[in-house]
Design a protein around this ligand. Structure first.
Ligand SMILES: [Zn+2]
Ligand SMILES: [Zn+2]
Length: 141
């Protein structure tokens, strides 16, 4: 089923529109994604590049993967939000970060990769306390 998804970065200067559905939605725990995101994983939705229209200024960073493909990550040039990744292993495709999507309605994580690199803290422990919003708490308070 064809569906249109929209998204934007934290500051709003980079926006995108993509015609779906995605080819796959994957959660990646590799060390590179950990540092990229500042958390324990990224979640990305892969589309063909021609399904994606992006506007706004992006900066890019490229590195070689373990499989010797060149991976390029693109960020908002102003706020640094990760917008997409692409790899020479899958030319003609982009993987958009799911967290930048306005409404990822109907999308679910289908595969988890680099599970062996998942940090132990990237899950909720049984004793974690949840608040619906930011609680009224300060250090030492
Ligand atoms: Zn931005
Ligand atoms: Zn990764």
């Amino acid at each position: 089923m064809t569906k249109k998804y929209t998204g934007k970065c934290l500051c709003g200067k980079v926006t995108y529109v993509v015609i779906g559905p995605p080819i796959v939605v994957a959660q990646c725990h590799c060390n590179k994604c950990r540092r990229l995101s500042g958390t324990g994983h990224t979640v990305g939705a892969m589309f063909t590049s021609d399904a994606v229209t992006i506007s706004g200024k992006l900066n890019e960073f490229s590195y070689l993967s373990d499989k010797n493909s060149q991976v390029t990550k693109a960020f908002c040039a102003t706020c640094g939000s990760p917008i997409y990744g692409k790899s020479t292993r899958t030319p003609g495709h982009l993987t958009l970060t799911l967290g930048t999507m306005d409404d990822a309605c109907g999308l679910e994580v289908e595969v988890v990769i680099f599970e062996r690199e998942k940090p132990h803290w990237d899950q909720l422990g049984q004793d974690a306390v949840s608040f619906a919003t930011q609680p009224d708490w300060k250090p030492g308070g």
